[in-house]
Design a protein around this ligand. Structure first.
Ligand code: C5P
Length: 221
């Protein structure tokens, strides 16, 4: 079993992907499975943390020993993260959050009409939860960790995103056709606001999770 180096700490992890409803039966969503966030939760529990896992549309077994909350939309996720972060030592945003949501929600199912073009889909921006949590640390010394999926210039884009979001650590994945989404394995570079760069070779999501907790534990002191 793991060294309990997160004992006495409260960690909050978001996982999965948000869904933004168009009407009672349709939504805009993404392919995030939540597996990386769940791996983070299992390993956090194993290292002794009080663990709050906020699952957005995940269909995975609750990690034993974690408090699991469920949300659907980005706005619901924002509220849940805000509340849980109030007394958190660490916030890890592993969820894939929709950048945009439909400007309007139709309370009845949207119908197609013969001979009529579809109405244009109007979207509005969702808040950037990671940037908000980073900017408004609920506690002195609270650590914030983000994730980023990049297809090219992975390190340069990752560095830029780390600064833009204001987080302490950014886990950068290279994504492509069949990489990462829904798979059991991951490959990443963890960038630190202190300039550190930790490469994690292709392997189980638990291994990447433990590297993240190693870096977090070192920074919590
Ligand atoms: O900007 P991008 O979506 O690539 O950033 C990914 C990171 O930001 C992830 O940690 C994700 O959870 C977080 N994010 C967020 N709120 C958004 C969009 C992304 O917290 N609206």
């Amino acid at each position: 079993s793991a060294v309990p180096d997160l004992a006495g700490r409260h960690v909050v992890i978001s996982a999965g992907g948000t869904r933004e409803p168009l009407d009672p039966v349709r939504y805009l969503g993404n392919r995030s499975s939540g597996k990386q966030g769940y791996a983070l939760a299992r390993t956090a529990v194993a290292r002794g943390a009080r663990t709050t896992l906020i699952g957005a549309n995940t269909a995975l077994p609750d990690p034993a020993g974690a408090d699991v909350l469920r949300v659907g939309t980005a706005l619901e996720l924002r509220e849940a993260v805000r509340k849980a972060a109030a007394d958190a030592d660490v916030v890890v945003m592993a969820a894939a959050v929709a950048d945009f949501r439909p400007a309007e929600y139709a309370t009845g199912k949207i119908k197609k009409k013969d001979g009529q073009e579809p109405a244009p889909l109007v979207l509005v921006r969702n808040p950037d939860i990671l940037a908000e949590v980073s900017a408004g640390r609920a506690r002195a010394g609270q650590l914030v960790v983000g994730f980023a999926a990049e297809t090219d210039d992975v390190l340069a884009n990752g560095r830029h995103k780390l600064r833009r979001k204001g987080c302490d650590l950014l886990v950068v994945n290279e994504v492509g056709e069949d990489k990462t989404f829904g798979s059991e394995e991951n490959e990443a570079v963890v960038l630190g606001a202190d300039g550190s760069e930790t490469a994690v070779p292709y392997g189980p999501k638990e291994v990447l999770a433990d590297v993240v907790w190693d870096l977090v534990a070192a920074r919590l002191g």
